[in-house]
Design a protein around this ligand. Structure first.
Ligand code: THU
Length: 135
């Protein structure tokens, strides 16, 4: 059941996910929409915690939801935030994204409403990955 979804539609889904963000501490809302190779789209938002450290970013929420629902290969992820400009993933999310979508594309929307696209190799060059464990 391969479905096609445009980059614009994936960004719109990330914006929808952002409305679910639980951010009483930072008031900084992030939304993600992850497209799996099987056509499913998984939404993620950041979910904060009074301990601060237990906070989960939007990107990892989407990835963990997807993996736990049996999805395996990912094509792209759209990421938006309440900053209304490009918000790049934090270091931990980059590492997690690199594990599960090394060939995937990342979509953002800039302040002018243009879609900005990057590859994993651009946002996390010289990555430590499972290949290193085989050396
Ligand atoms: N945050 C994300 O959800 N994704 C990112 O890539 C950057 C940071 C969240 C974590 C926290 O809830 C808030 O943004 C402020 O750091």
């Amino acid at each position: 059941m391969e479905k096609t979804i445009t980059n614009q539609e994936l960004i719109a889904k990330a914006k929808q996910a952002m409305t679910y963000a639980y951010t009483p501490y930072s008031n900084f809302n992030v939304g993600a929409a992850l497209l799996a190779a099987d056509g499913r789209v998984f939404l993620g938002c950041n979910i904060e915690n009074a301990s601060y450290g237990a906070t989960n970013c939007a990107e990892r929420t989407a990835i963990f939801k997807a993996i736990s629902e049996g999805a395996k290969d990912f094509v792209k992820i759209a990421i938006v935030s309440s900053a209304q400009d490009v918000t790049y993933p934090c270091g931990i999310c980059r590492q997690v994204l690199a594990e599960h979508m090394p060939e995937g594309r990342l979509l953002f929307e800039d302040a002018k409403g243009n879609i900005v696209e990057h590859g994993m190799d651009e946002i996390l060059p010289l990555v430590f990955s499972k290949k290193d464990l085989e050396k």
